[in-house]
Design a protein around this ligand. Sequence first.
Ligand code: FAD
Length: 271
Amino acid sequence: MAEKVLIVYAHQSTGSFNAAAKDAAVTALTAQGCKVEVSDLYAMKFKASATADDITGEVKDAEHFRYGEETMLAWQEGRLSADITEEHRKLSDAEVVIFQFPMYWFTVPAIMKGWLDRVLTLGFAYTSEKRYSQGLFKDKKAMLSFTTGSQESMFSANGINGDINVTLWPLQNGILHYCGFQVLAPQIFWAPPHIPSEARRSMLEAWCTRLQGLMGETPLTFTPSDSFDGGLGFQLKEDIQEKQAASEFGLTVGTHLGKPLPPNSQVKAGV
Ligand SMILES: Cc1cc2nc3c(=O)[nH]c(=O)nc-3n(C[C@H](O)[C@H](O)[C@H](O)COP(=O)(O)OP(=O)(O)OC[C@H]3O[C@@H](n4cnc5c(N)ncnc54)[C@H](O)[C@@H]3O)c2cc1C
């Protein structure tokens, strides 16, 4: 089925591997009949810092400026800056969002973090009632597609960088799933600068093949929000803790209950 896809893309160079991955996605998805929009953050000179300049007109409390509350009010009153409003439009239209970027310091580049900070505004993207599996974007899908400088073995449970599942948890759980997105397994291009060109071509071919079936993929598993008791400081409910007691593994990377992490839960669906 044809879908509307937003690609949020962060690379400075059109000759980069990231540009090739983004272009491959645009071509493959358009060929399937998808309507694809791209936010090319460096080309747009997208502002990365969350400041009072994101609001037009008076702020409510200039002395103690609170970004979340002030931008929610501005969003309700149509007073957010034009660049945020345009990204809100693209995000509202999209059924699937792909973030394409090179890993910087174990996370997204600052310009993409700025997009997340400024576009996923309180009220529009989340509220304290509408988050995680009850989140405002629960009918949308999102995925990370990124390159690394490191080899895959460096991001393993025995590797020098530690388990990639741990690295991905803040982005995939703390941002994407927090806003309700169904999170598709990440596309990881390991170390394109350090492998032969033939291997890079194979990675791009595998990406194109994956894109053919992307819309039908099962998302990663997260613990439903009603498994936590709001009255008890959002602790895992006792009956669920009891059920989990016999399991060898914790529930998720974060809610691990002091047990070994469920293997590959942030990189593969259905585990
Ligand atoms: C500030 C900073 C922080 C970083 N932090 C981390 C970190 O925490 N962890 C980590 O692992 N890495 C880190 N890195 C490394 C970074 O993630 C990699 O350099 C980056 O992911 C490589 O992707 P690229 O698109 O920039 O590659 P490029 O260098 O642009 O491309 C790699 C190769 O692919 C070639 N190529 C381009 N197009 C094609 C095509 N169509 N087909 C085949 N080949 C093609 C290019 O010519 C080049 O030879 C960091 C880098 C910086 C600058």
